[in-house]
Structure formats: structure tokens, C-alpha cells
Ligand binder design. Structure first.
Ligand code: SF4
Length: 656
């Protein structure tokens, strides 16, 4: 079949399933995406849970590839887990169910694959004589402070590296996700490269056997390439050098895309990140201790400066925005750090040249990685010291173990995306074949979809997109009940006790089966303690008592269990069936107004419009995500209780 019709393919897919169901909402979305691709019109689709969104955008992508030679679709997911789900489940299923040939590939960032240069270097190091077995490998790429430092001989790390090196000799993909037992950060970072560390295939002596290059090659030959938002952001920053040219771009879980881009397109600096360069340098140049000392002192100065200023600007949420000029004490510390890093680069270049290493030996790679590490820190130091441009926001955050970070990003990412992504040229042959009566931007057709998509999202991302809200396939009127009790408002003294009363009532009436979602850890802890006191025989789990995965498994395994949670459980749990019969939300989840990015967004639209244009839409999306945990299949039933009377009384309730 030369020009398959996606609606016809959907029929075949449904017929191939044991309990396939023809849902008009899914068919509507298939047709809308197909039309968008054919007319090159951007589209934003809100498709509630149960519509079958993945299949609804994948089928038009398949038909587009068949209809126009080389018409490629990039699918951007919000997480690697969703990426793997598409690559390991949905796409293989469609390939089996349809007699339409198409090629697909999953592509991740370089740090997800073994680097053959790093593998070769580690092999050399582990092959030293017994008395020289000092593993100076704890110099990983992860700049967020999560990589443990390893200075001394570490037998455990050595055992782990030996195991990984054995695997490196047999793995077909070299991909981290292949390992059932994930390695430690220290071990993996010794065998992989982080952003900016790769010397590039054209200069690398190991390029022919490089796993990430092979993955990119597979992506280059695929009709559908699945990437995650971080890799997409890296591609935007690299001016489109990382991903193959594409005709269509599908952004899944698009409600998270804006924040993901804002985060990924920013920079962050900690004293730890600077201090780590001393190790990186010493690994290459053993006899220049003053360089490492200068770096260490500069890192201490950055830590001290950030801590000092943080005390003056912080909110109670662990961050403080810096408007206007950078405080002198921070600017001076960054300058000092830049000089120390510069000195390290000079030292590395001198020794690298003097040693006369062949350009692509394992040792040369070590120097290249070290220099690139230093250059990356130096670039970010410069960016952080520059004057703020309109649309930029700079702030200090307090992380784990009291580490402070200086951060910079921009909230108006629309112009950046428009210039670097939306208007990127597509392949000429498929462009000629398409009907170009869209908005004339000249780049790929963008389709955004999510169960909860604010109509303003596309505009903020710099896109003019048609908006389509697909109905839910579930009969909420018959299967769901919304309960908003008459309680005091959340700022009233009596509200916390009223929340406890309501939760006790709901858990008793439902026999457990309750997912309670809180907007703060403090409120969660206070409430769970009180509920456990009142219901000593009830099995009430609370986030923080065990890893999230364990809590989720226990909640899903026993329908008499209740789970009290915050943050990630608003979106990250699916409990079809009778294990979840009540979703209780403590209050409308407005974004924290003192969050630097929220504050900057509010400033950008003006104080009089900030609440309705920033806070209310964000709260609506988050509330819908939380409430969406309840009805996951056509037979699910239950109650949503929102213990915040503003949902029934406030003037903005209709917007939410
Ligand atoms: S091109 Fe070379 S340095 Fe880059 S990831 Fe591949 S093997 Fe490593």
C-alpha cells in the first residue's frame, strides 16, 4: 500500500487487539494529526487519559513516512521511561499489527551510552601494577553534585568497573538502560562522557565503534525517532547538530515541555562543580599542585559568596531570586574562579603538547575531556556574570547537603525555539511533496499533545497552533463524583483539622483505596500523623517512608491501603481498577509565588494579569493531572474530593 490512510490503519490496529475498542475520540485525534501533517499546520491537542494518544500520533507519522519519501517524525517525550515505553512497547506493537513497513529508533544523549574512549582509558588504568592501583576515576560528568568523589583505592568500584568492562565487550548497544542492575554514578561516569566532553566523531579514534554514534546512525535512517526533552533541548542549543532533519515534531506530555526547556536551556554553577576540576586537572597533570589549590580556593569563595547572599534573598522555599546587577561578592568570586579555571586549561595544554601524545590515544582523550570540562565551566561562569537580558532570570538555590547553586535561564523561550527549532529547514524532497498551506514558518510541523494542555502553551513556545480539545472516552458523570465540602479556606486556622476530619471520613467510607495528594510536605506529615492516630487499624502509607516505587507497589497491591503523597505522585501513578476509589486533593495547587521562575513569569505579564494568566492556568493543569489518577479505564469509578472551598466559590473556579 503506497499511501495508507491512518484512519484505516487505526481500524486494523483495533481489530488486531484482543479487547480493541473503537473510540471516536482517538479517531478524531488521528484525523486531526494527519491533517496537521499534510497541511503543515501546527496543532495542540488536549486528549484526556484513555484516548490512546500515542497510537493517534504514531499512525499519521507512519503514513507520512510512506506517503512522502524520507518524511521523518521526531517524537519528544518528557522522560526516558516514556521513551523506552514507546520504543519497546508501542512501536513494536504497531510494527507487528500493520503490514506497513516503517523504521523507528530511540535516541538518547551521549551520557546514556558507553564511551569507547573512556572504556579504553579505564582499561589502561585498571591494568596498572598492583602498587599503582589507585582509582582516580571519580571525576564524572554530572555537574549537579550527585556524583560521589572517589580519591582513594576503592575495591568495590574496581569490582564494579571490571563487571562493566566485561559487559562492554559483549553489549550490542552500550546503553545504560540495558543493565538490569544500574551501576553507581561513579562507575558509569568513568565509562561515559557528559555533555560537551565528547571530542566529536571526526576527531575521535574510537568513532568507528562508538555506541552513541551508532545510535545516531540508526536514528538517521529511521522514519520515527523517539527522543527525550533533554536531548531535544541539547539539540536546540547545538543549532540542530544532534538530531536528524525532520518534517514533523510531536511533543508528548506537552504540559511539561515548557518547564523542561526552561530548565534545560539554563546554566547552573556550584562550588562543587568548580572544585571537581581540580581532580580533573590532577588526573592529567600530576606535578602542578598550585593549580588545584587555586581551583579549590576559588570554589570555596563561590560557596561562601552564594551562602552569604542567599541569606539575604532566600524565600522559605530554598531559593532566592537575584534581580538587577550581580552582587559584587558573587561577581568577584566568579571572576576568581574563571581565572583559576583558565590557569588549569593553560597547564593542561602545556603538558598535553609537551607529552606529544598521538591525537587520538586514550591519554589524549583524557586531556581533551579535561579541557572540555574546564571550557564548559568557563562558558557558564561568563554567562552567569553577564548582565541580565530581558526575559532572563537569575537565582540562588539551596540543594542537598547545603550546597548552593547560582542559576540562570530565560523564561521567554518562544523566540529561541522559533529561531532554532520551529523554523529549521526540513528535507527538501518531502517539503516539496507536502501541501504548504500552513502558517508558512518553513520548519517542521509541530503537534503537541497532553491529557492536560493549557491553550496558551503553544503561544508561549512561539507557535501559532490550532487547538483541539478531545472529549474523554470515559463517562465521568456516571463513574465519577466531585466532592467539595464546605470547609474553612486553606489560610484559616481551622482548615488543617478539617482536612483530617474529611480524610478520616473518606478512608472509612471507601475502606482505604484513597490517594491523598498534598501541595506541601509539611501538610502531608501533619495530616498523616493525625489520620494514623484516628485510624490505628488503617494501612496508611506516606511519601518519604519508603522509596516511591515501593510505596506505589504496596498501594496497588492492596486495595485497603491508602497513600498520602506530594509532587511526583500528582502525575506519576496509575491505578486502574478498585485500588484507588478516592483521590483527595488538599488544596488547589497554585504555583509557589516566590519560586524565581514563577515570579519572573508574573513580572513579565504584569501584576494585574499575573494571577489569571500564570497562577490559575498552572493550577488548573496540575489539578487535572492529580484528579486524572482516579478514572484510568472505562469501568473505573470513584470520587474526587477537593478540600478547598475556593473551587466552589472563587470567581476563577470556572477557569480551573
Ligand atoms: S565519539 Fe569518541 S569520545 Fe565521543 S562518545 Fe564516541 S567514543 Fe566517546
Amino acid at each position: 500500500m503506497d499511501q495508507p490512510d491512518p484512519s484505516e490503519l487505526l481500524t486494523r490496529v483495533i481489530e488486531s487487539m484482543d479487547s480493541g475498542e473503537d473510540r471516536p475520540q482517538q479517531r478524531q485525534m488521528v484525523e486531526a494529526v494527519d491533517r496537521a501533517f499534510r497541511t503543515r499546520t501546527h496543532l495542540a491537542v488536549q486528549g484526556p487519559t484513555g484516548v490512546g494518544k500515542s497510537v493517534a500520533y504514531l499512525l499519521p507519522a507512519i503514513t507520512s513516512a510512506r506517503s512522502h519519501a524520507d518524511a521523518r517524525t521526531i517524537v519528544v517525550t518528557s522522560s526516558k521511561a516514556l521513551q523506552d515505553q514507546l520504543g519497546e512497547r508501542d512501536l513494536p506493537f504497531l510494527a507487528d499489527a500493520l503490514d506497513v513497513p516503517f523504521r523507528f529508533a530511540v535516541l538518547k544523549g551521549r551520557s546514556n551510552y558507553l564511551c569507547q574512549a573512556a572504556v579504553a582509558e579505564t582499561r589502561v588504568q585498571l591494568g596498572r601494577g598492583e602498587e599503582q592501583q589507585t582509582l582516580d576515576l571519580g571525576v564524572g560528568w554530572d555537574g549537579d553534585g550527585s556524583v560521589p568523589e572517589v580519591r582513594a583505592p576503592d575495591p568495590m568500584l574496581r569490582v564494579e568497573l571490571d563487571r562493566l568492562l566485561e559487559w562492554a565487550g559483549t553489549t550490542p548497544t552500550g546503553e545504560l538502560a540495558e543493565l538490569a542492575d544500574p551501576p553507581s554514578d561513579a562507575a558509569w561516569s568513568a565509562l561515559s562522557v557528559g555533555p560537551g566532553e565528547c571530542v566529536g566523531a571526526s576527531r575521535c579514534g574510537y568513532a568507528a565503534e562508538c555506541f552513541s554514534e551508532q545510535a545516531r546512525e540508526r536514528a538517521g535512517g529511521a522514519d520515527i525517532v523517539v527522543v527525550n526533552a533533554h536531548l531535544y533541548a541539547a539539540d536546540v542549543q547545538a543549532g540542530g547538530q544532534l538530531l536528524p532533519a525532520h518534517d514533523h515534531l510531536v511533543i508528548d506530555e506537552a504540559h511539561e515541555f515548557e518547564d523542561a526547556m526552561v530548565g534545560a536551556l539554563g546554566v547552573s554553577m556550584t562550588g562543587w562543580r568548580i572544585r571537581r576540576l581540580a581532580q580533573v586537572h590532577d588526573r592529567c597533570v600530576a606535578d602542578a599542585p598550585t593549580v588545584a589549590m587555586a581551583i579549590g580556593a576559588a570554589a570555596d569563595a563561590v560557596d561562601d559568596a552564594l551562602e552569604q547572599v542567599f541569606g539575604k534573598v532566600s524565600s522559605d522555599r530554598g531559593s532566592g531570586r537575584l534581580t538587577g546587577e550581580l552582587p559584587d561578592v558573587i561577581a568577584d568570586a566568579l571572576t576568581r574562579a574563571d581565572l583559576a579555571v583558565d590557569r588549569a586549561v593553560t597547564s593542561l595544554r602545556e603538558v598535553h603538547k609537551a607529552a606529544g601524545n598521538a591525537p587520538m590515544s586514550a591519554a589524549a582523550h583524557r586531556f581533551e575531556r579535561a579541557i572540555r570540562n574546564c571550557d564548559g565551566v568557563s562558558d557558564d561562569l561568563h554567562a552567569l556574570r553577564d548582565d541580565l537580558h530581558p526575559g532572563q532570570v537569575r537565582w540562588i538555590s539551596e540543594g542537598r547537603r547545603g550546597r548552593f547553586a547560582l542559576n540562570l535561564t530565560r523564561i521567554d523561550i518562544g523566540p529561541t525555539l522559533r529561531a532554532t527549532a520551529w523554523e529549521r529547514p526540513v528535507a527538501e524532497d518531502s517539503r516539496d511533496a507536502a501541501t504548504d498551506d500552513g502558517d508558512g514558518s518553513g520548519g517542521p510541523t509541530v503537534v503537541m499533545c497532553s491529557a492536560t494542555l493549557d491553550p496558551g502553551t503553544a503561544g508561549r513556545l512561539g507557535l501559532r497552533a490550532e487547538y483541539l480539545a478531545v472529549d474523554s472516552p470515559f463517562d465521568f458523570r456516571r463513574h465519577g463524583l466531585l466532592y467539595v465540602p464546605r470547609l474553612p479556606r486553606p489560610n484559616a486556622e481551622a482548615w488543617p483539622d478539617a482536612v483530617v476530619d474529611e480524610l478520616v471520613h473518606v478512608i472509612e467510607r471507601c475502606g482505604g483505596r484513597t490517594l491523598a495528594l498534598f501541595t506541601s510536605h509539611r501538610m502531608l506529615r501533619r495530616t498523616v500523623d493525625a489520620v494514623r492516630d484516628r485510624l490505628p487499624d488503617a494501612d496508611v502509607l506516606a511519601q518519604g517512608d519508603a522509596p516511591n516505587r515501593v510505596l506505589q507497589e504496596r498501594f496497588l497491591a492492596n486495595e485497603h491501603t491508602s497513600l498520602f503523597a506530594t509532587a511526583s505522585f500528582w502525575t506519576g501513578i496509575s491505578s486502574p481498577g478498585t485500588t484507588c476509589s478516592a483521590v483527595v486533593v488538599d488544596k488547589i495547587p497554585f504555583p509557589v509565588p516566590t519560586d524565581p521562575i514563577v515570579e519572573a513569569r508574573c513580572d513579565a505579564v504584569g501584576a494585574d494579569r499575573a494571577f489569571m494568566e500564570v497562577s490559575v492556568p498552572a493550577a488548573g493543569v496540575q489539578l487535572a493531572q492529580g484528579v486524572g489518577r482516579l478514572i484510568r479505564t472505562a469501568t473505573d469509578r470513584g470520587v474526587v474530593a477537593v478540600l478547598d472551598p475556593r473551587l466552589a466559590e472563587a470567581r476563577y473556579r470556572a477557569r480551573i
